[in-house]
Design a protein. Sequence first.
Length: 593
Amino acid sequence: MGREAESSYSVSNPGPMAVAAPEFLEALHRSGVVPPSELKAALAQIPTLDESDPEALANQLVREKVLTSYQAREILAGRHRRLRFEHLVIRDILGVGGMGTVFLAIDTRQQTEVALKVLAEKFKHDAGMRARFRLEARAGLRLQHPKIVRTYELGVTDDVFGEVDYSTMELFPGIALHELVGIVKGLPYPVACDIASQTAEALGAVHQQGMVHRDVKPDNVLIDRTGEVKIVDFGLAMLHEAARDEEFSLAMIFGHECLGTSDYMPPEQARDSLHVDARADIYGLGCTLYVALTAKRPFAGTSSKEIIEAHRTQPIPNPQAIVPDIPDELVRVLERMMAKSPDDRFATVDEVQAALRPFARRRAIDFDFEQLKRVRMRVAVKLGRLSLRQTSTATRLSSAARISSSTARSTDGQRTTEATGGIKVDLRPHRSSSRSSRQPTGDESASAEAEQLLAGFSVSDKTAAATGAMLRLPDGALYRMEKSSFVIGRSPAADLTIDSKKLSSRHCRVFFDGQSWNVADLDSKNGMTVNGQPTLGSPLYRGDRLILADDVPLKLEWPHGPRRGSTRNRWMVLSVVLALVGLGLLAWWQLAP
């Protein structure tokens, strides 16, 4: 949960606008995001107010900091009611996860900024996901500790969103440990031990409340620029109380015997997740420390079942084989935290803290939260959790504003890093060409920046061309995919131009990320499907059929590429063969004299 400095966003070209010029101010009034007196005073201060052009007016109000870019674009798109969430006024998107969206909001009762977490609409009728969401918030309400992100309230609204669960939390400008490790790779052992020690302190507060977190992992550990740690996500926290309908619902949805994340799950939790104690969290913390030190999971496998079995039976891989300078004594501490039997681990997190203290040292973590949010948006797009329209809404900065603000932050961060020996985190995507790395100008389309973020996933053109992939076009011709990232659309400016009135000028982007080809919708009017399924973004496999705007059929011809579900299909064939062999043996046995 994090707060970021107010930036000067541009809302140019927001796509098809649902609000005409005369209606913009009326929609703004009805949205309730700005008090009437404040709005009236702000409008009076704009000398060149042009009410005939809603887009220009929106940009003026954003420049004057009356509205955020997100608010302006939602109003332009006719979604002003979505900006008011009971007593909460939404200002921006902070992040998008598997369970829902986190917004930056103002609590009008307290006049304070909060992080508003809203369960995704697709889960509104999912008993298991609603149970997990409520468990997380209810556990958070019980926990008040400096190392734990505070939860303020849990609620359900039946406003414009329909009946949707939400919670509000404190803002914390932190980078998740898995994000940090993914960028800088393994951390110096003093920093990793300090982060683990602070996490142990937070878990101590959880255990004092008679709770077990049960999902300790790098994703749930946040670190701010000073090196301060807070933990989040109590969706699997076990409350030692009477029978719980929520717990039962979770068990039914996610597996009664195995609640948790397989990469960090202790053997006893895999056997029976409902009867574990604080030592289960110590094991998860040990796995988290292993990842922080080595940038690798302790055990790998092709399935959760394989990984869980490895945790149960395989010895802990020696982290010194990956990072030789890890002290021997720290390795012994790690091995004790990750002991197979709970009885062989530390008994309490206080003991863990004491063991880690000699190795721990606090360091500054120099990162730009605004850039981090943009990276999160890019990942959300790639995973299909967010459309490019939403990404553009949240990330579209004017070049001048971004250059000036990032320069100031980088200068301050450099001084902090040099003074404290901290860790510098470079969040900028490394692109393969100057064309893809240039900054967008003010007159580009609103999705231009989001397209650049997607382009950051691509590799060199030479690597992409070596895959030999081609697209079969509607007329039967083949388009060789020799660029690592290219745009398909109706415009002559697109890399692959297809003449279809239903197609948008820049309809979608296809890119190679080093392992697979992917497609992402570029805020098109008529969408796309992969193998008949509507999608905003999807990996592409050999033989996949991509249809744009219900009018342009394309097929991926990838001679040596993987087919969708190829592993599953091989297992199905093997299962059939084994079944036939078994039937043959049975028949032979019955017919044998």
